[in-house]
Design a protein around this ligand. Structure first.
Ligand code: AMP
Length: 279
């Protein structure tokens, strides 16, 4: 992959990368279209498909995360992807003669709250694998989804702090008709759980409505309590965290007003779902 990426660069081709964990859905394909738009018809679009073990903690769903490379390849081909990069764990995390893989990249400020607090080793795995993908593919632009808002902010910070010559584009969240954010993990939602999963979207809508009047502010603690009660009315839902924060710095705010960002993680049955929106 690195040899190919370098040859494209030498030839002056523009290269766009869409990192994914596979089991592709329409949101992934919207990132592919965004990449194509960024690099043009003569550019190269690479989709990486890799379920990265270092971003999963023991007890999370690494082993059962849905994988369907054959189907993904068909979708990528139809979407005009030039190269699918689907490395193995051994290729990505070599066990060389001098021991195991032992170098990690970690962002140490934006990664502290929210997903980072709930999943303490998660972002270190993400920044490490994305740094590796950037070195391997050597893209000029990489596309990430706003569904993982904190992740996108951390990647932007890593790129700035470590001088990666990569432009980061953040594409909007794609949703199902009822508002549920698209996710490979939605496959876990069987039977009535799929219907109950709409509670994340409904909670975001409630928060939006609460600060819709221009100039209106509400104490974050009060709005959190109301949303917590609302989520508790869905029997299969269990709130993991909810945070109102400044969209630029990711720092929590005490007063919620229009323009503030809301992110939440909710277990629906055994499935952990995340979502976020600008209010
Ligand atoms: P994943 O395969 O879940 O790791 O996601 C790969 C990329 O797709 C990440 O940049 C995600 O933020 C993005 N993505 C996943 N779901 C959505 C969605 N519903 N809307 C927009 N982007 C998404």
């Amino acid at each position: 992959m690195q040899r190919l990426g370098r040859s494209w660069q030498r030839a002056g081709a523009r290269v766009g990368l869409v990192p994914t964990m596979g089991c592709l859905h329409d949101a992934h394909l919207s990132l592919v279209r965004r990449a194509r738009r960024a690099v043009g018809p003569r550019g190269r679009v690479v989709v990486s498909i890799y379920v990265n073990p270092t971003q999963f903690a023991p007890g999370e769903d690494f082993a059962r995360y849905p994988r369907d490379l054959a189907r993904d390849c068909g979708l990528c081909r139809a979407a005009g992807v030039d190269v699918i990069f689907a490395p193995s764990d051994r290729q990505m995390y070599a066990r060389g003669a001098d021991g195991d893989f032992s170098t990690f990249v970690s962002e140490e400020s934006l990664a502290r709250g929210m997903e980072g607090a709930a999943r303490p080793t998660h972002f270190r795995g993400v920044t490490t694998v994305v740094a590796k993908l950037f070195h391997l593919v050597q893209p000029e632009v990489a596309i990430f989804g706003a569904k993982d808002y904190q992740q996108a902010a951390i990647i932007k910070r890593m790129v700035r702090d470590l001088n990666f010559p990569v432009k980061i584009i953040v594409a909007p969240i794609r949703r199902e008709r009822d508002g549920l954010a698209m996710s490979s993990r939605n496959r876990y939602l069987t039977g009535d759980l799929r219907r109950q999963a709409v509670v994340l979207w409904q909670a975001l809508q409630r928060a939006r409505a609460a600060v819709r009047p221009p100039g209106k502010t509400i104490p974050a603690a009060r709005l959190k309590a109301a949303l917590r009660r609302f989520i508790a009315r869905t029997p299969a839902a269990r709130l993991d965290y909810m945070e109102f924060f400044d969209p630029a710095t990711l720092t929590p705010v005490a007063k919620v007003r229009r323009g503030v960002h809301l992110a939440l993680a909710v277990f629906v049955g055994g499935t952990r779902l995340i979502d976020n929106t600008r209010l």
